[in-house]
Each structure stands twice: as structure tokens, then as C-alpha cells.
Design a protein around this ligand. Structure first.
Ligand SMILES: [Zn+2]
Length: 478
């Protein structure tokens, strides 16, 4: 048996999510027991364990007069734990979703419990019920026999009809925080008498993304001869990440956008959490900055101080974009593209002003169409046509005058494809959706790196809006 199953909570006090512990205590202490519950929340957060505990508390032989914690010793508790109770029926809506299944469920509901106080139905993946099944089920919920309790569990409560939801008491499950994962892992470590070094538990809590199941799985995979060494755990868990951080920063220095995007794609395939990757990058760059200042002795990867600061700011502002990005890696991809568009720091050699040839500025200035719009435009396209979105990755907005947008394309082949009438119409249609304006698109073959005006360094104290405006200026000029 896996450690997750072996140490799944057996009573309310052992539930690791604090909010759920509090809710279930209130439920069993209430004067009357509601006949339906909805356990809703992400996978791996203990919904099924909690449902079984509630079922045991309701039918435990020791709880005849008043509900409280299950004893876990009586015949009822033991049968429920083994899944052998005649009166606690666990169903998976994904495989019992038809109208016939609900019909036989209705027949079974009408019958009194065999040898328990209540007949309890635990319906997992409840959002998978068909509409017909849900409607049939609703009728039962409207007039439930007094001997029945329903516990519906789901990761997607919004997919259940509102009429069904409104008849159930909602118990929300959230992703576990570090303290809650700690609590669970400590219980397992004590139970297994493992010798685990300091720091391991919080390291696992960090990488398990709020899932008790994942945390237990990781812990189990790290055990060697009944113990876990911090150094080994760190090496194992962060290896991929650390290697990538170093490679990634070197590529940023080389401004090799293509390799960067390929690396990000690979990491996305490997399910590396982009937010944590950014944290690691910022941490590494901070060390480089401190090294520049002589505080620590560390590599600076060849960057100037200004470059490190602006890179850190770019990464931090991209991590703020995560909450509204439809694709987890997109903000990081955009940050990398932005960075690679930046000109290398000019080396100031002489003071003497030489008369230089007047450079004629580009005729159109890309001003009103800012980078936020470009970002939204790309997201919109992605939702509709991934091929065009992929083609647009090797492009940049060159100029805009309110009615015409010129997009610079790096490769001839991409340009030809984007120029196909249906693709161009699609671009224009989405531009109109995003901006509310009718904008004509033209495509122009262009070099990857666009010469940029020398930018001014922004003081760290300035707000985020100004950062965005400044970043837009740096990319689009003026
Ligand atoms: Zn009992």
C-alpha cells in the first residue's frame, strides 16, 4: 500500500486541511444533520478521505446519541474503511452516469439501510453526471428519505446544475499550504519511524503544489534505507531546475531567443512550474547583482549591473502576469522575447560629439498600439488558431498609425503563410476584437533584432505601471 493510502486521515482531527477540519466539526456538532454535501476542490486535497470520515462519524456504533469523531474500532467503522459496508455506497459518476444507473440508484435509495443508522451515498466526480442523470438525481434531492445522506465530490462544481448545488451544503477544499503539507508528512514520518533531515519536509511542501497525494508520493520516492538526507533530496528535486536556471541565464546573455523558447517549451513539456522557475532565476540574478557590488563572490554571467536590474524587473513583472495568462509559460516567453529585443548596453567611449549622418526615423511610430494589446492579441489568436500563433512567435509589431499595423516577420516562409487571405483576415478580425478598431495588417520581412533607442534606467521605486510603459517604449520605440 502506498504511504498516501496507508496514512490517509482516519478521523476529523487528522484531516490536514484546517478549513475542512473546522467545517466537518461544525457539521457533526449541529443539531440536525443535512442530507446532502458537496465536497468541491482540486484533486489530491483529501475529498474522498473526508467523505469516508464523515460517513464513519454518522454510522459509528459509538455515536448513537450524539455525533462525534468515529471510533475506528466498531464493526461499522471497520466496514466503511474497507469499503464493505452495505449502507455506504461509493459511486464514480464517470462510470455510472446514465439514466439507468440513476434509476437503479433511486430504487436503492428508497430502501432502508440494512444495519446502520443512515444510508450514505458518496458520489465521486459528480460533475460527470449527465444532465438527465443530474435531473433525475435532483428529484431525489428535493424529497430525500430521512434515512439517506449524499456526499458529492467534484473538482469542477461549476459544471453541476445550480439547482443541484443549491440543495447541498458546500464544503470547499483548497490546495494545501506548506504548514498543512508539513502536518501530513510529519504524521507519515512518525508512523514509519523515518529518519528525515531538517529541511526535507519544507522542500517537498514547496514542490508538491498543494497536493497531499503528490507530497506523499515524493516523500516515498526519496526514502533510502528508512532515511532521507537533505542534500540528496535537494539534488533530486531541484536538479532539472538548477541546470535549467544556469543554461537559461547564459542564453539570456547571448540573447538567443530561439534556444530560449525551445528550452521553455521543453520545460513546459516536463511540467516544471513556471512560477517557481522565475523565483529561481530571480534568486540567481540577485546573487549575480550582489557579486557585482562585491558583497558575495559569485558569477555575474557577464551582465552589467543595469542589465541585471532590468532583467530582474522584467521577470518579476512577468510573474505578475501569471494570474491572467491563459497559457502558464506565455508570460515567461514574452519576457524572454522582450529581453532579446533589447540592444546591448552601449559602451561610451568618447565625449567628443561627432557629426553623424541624420538617421531618418521610421515613418510610423508604434505608439497607441502598446505591448499589452500585443500580448492580448497573441492570447486571443492562440485560443483560435495555434498555427497562426506559432507563426507570430517569430514576429514583432513594427509600426502602427491608428489604421495600419505593420508586423515584422523574421522568416520568408512565415510571411507567405501569414499573407494568405484567410490568415490575414483572421489577424484583422482578432485585432478588431482586441482594439475595437478596424485595422489593416501588412507584413514585412525584417531582421530579428530591431535597433532601439537607448533607454533610461528606471529607479526601482517607480510603480509597475510606469515599468510597463517604459518596457513598451523600449520595445516599440518612443
Ligand atoms: Zn465506530
Amino acid at each position: 500500500m502506498t504511504l498516501y493510502l496507508k496514512y490517509r486521515p482516519q478521523k476529523i482531527d487528522e484531516l490536514d486541511l484546517e478549513s475542512v477540519r473546522v467545517s466537518l466539526k461544525k457539521i457533526i456538532e449541529a443539531k440536525s444533520l443535512p442530507h446532502g454535501f458537496l465536497f468541491a476542490g482540486p484533486k489530491g486535497t483529501g475529498k474522498t478521505s473526508a467523505a469516508r470520515i464523515l460517513a464513519k462519524a454518522i454510522n459509528c456504533e459509538k455515536n448513537k446519541d450524539k455525533l462525534s469523531e468515529p471510533c475506528n474500532k466498531c464493526a461499522q467503522c471497520k466496514a466503511i474503511e474497507k469499503g464493505q459496508s452495505m449502507d455506504v455506497i461509493e459511486l464514480d459518476a464517470a462510470s455510472n452516469r446514465g439514466i439507468d444507473d440513476i434509476r437503479s440508484l433511486k430504487e436503492s435509495i428508497a430502501l432502508s439501510p440494512v444495519n446502520s443508522r443512515k444510508k450514505i451515498y458518496i458520489i465521486d466526480e459528480a460533475h460527470m453526471l449527465t444532465i438527465e442523470a443530474a435531473n433525475a438525481f435532483l428529484k431525489t434531492l428535493e424529497e430525500p428519505p430521512s434515512h439517506v445522506v449524499f456526499i458529492l465530490a467534484t473538482t469542477e462544481p461549476e459544471k453541476l446544475p445550480a439547482t443541484v448545488r443549491s440543495r447541498l451544503i458546500l464544503v470547499p477544499f483548497k490546495k494545501a499550504n506548506e504548514a498543512e503539507i508539513n502536518r501530513q508528512l510529519t504524521r507519515i514520518i512518525k508512523g514509519e519511524k523515518l529518519d528525515v533531515e531538517d529541511g526535507v519536509v519544507s522542500l517537498i511542501a514547496k514542490v508538491s503544489d498543494g497536493s497531499f497525494r503528490d507530497a506523499a508520493k515524493i516523500l516515498e520516492s526519496l526514502i533510502v534505507k528508512n532515511s532521507i538526507k537533505f542534500k540528496e533530496a535537494k539534488k533530486y528535486l531541484l536538479e532539472v531546475e538548477e541546470v535549467n536556471v544556469e543554461i537559461f541565464i547564459k542564453l539570456l546573455y547571448q540573447k538567443d531567443n530561439l534556444k530560449i523558447l525551445n528550452l521553455l517549451q521543453k520545460m513546459s513539456d516536463e511540467n516544471v512550474n513556471p512560477n517557481r522557475f522565475i523565483e529561481a532565476l530571480v534568486e540567481e540574478l540577485r546573487k549575480a547583482l550582489l557579486s557585482k557590488e562585491g558583497v558575495v563572490n559569485y558569477t555575474d554571467y557577464g551582465f552589467s549591473k543595469k542589465e541585471i536590474i532590468s532583467l530582474i524587473k522584467l521577470l518579476i513583472s512577468s510573474s505578475k502576469d501569471f494570474s491572467f495568462s491563459p497559457i502558464p509559460y506565455l508570460p515567461l516567453e514574452i519576457a524572454a522575447c522582450k529581453w532579446c529585443l533589447k540592444k546591448k548596453e552601449p559602451v561610451i567611449v568618447k565625449k567628443k560629439l561627432k557629426k553623424t549622418k541624420k538617421i531618418t526615423p521610421e515613418p510610423l511610430v508604434f505608439n497607441a498600439f502598446d505591448e499589452k494589446l500585443w500580448f492580448r492579441f497573441l492570447s486571443e489568436i492562440r485560443g483560435k488558431n495555434t498555427t497562426i500563433e506559432a507563426l507570430l512567435r517569430a514576429t514583432e509589431p513594427l509600426s502602427y498609425n491608428g489604421s495600419n499595423l505593420t508586423i515584422g516577420v523574421y522568416y520568408r516562409f512565415h510571411k507567405e503563410q501569414l499573407e494568405e487571405q484567410k490568415n490575414k483576415s483572421m489577424l484583422e478580425k482578432i485585432l478588431e476584437e482586441v482594439t475595437g478598431e478596424k485595422i489593416k495588417v501588412s507584413l514585412k520581412l525584417t531582421e530579428r533584432k530591431k535597433p532601439l533607442p537607448v533607454k533610461k534606467e528606471i529607479p526601482l521605486t517607480q510603480g509597475q505601471d510606469e515599468d510597463i510603459i517604459q518596457a513598451a517604449k523600449e520595445i516599440f520605440g518612443n
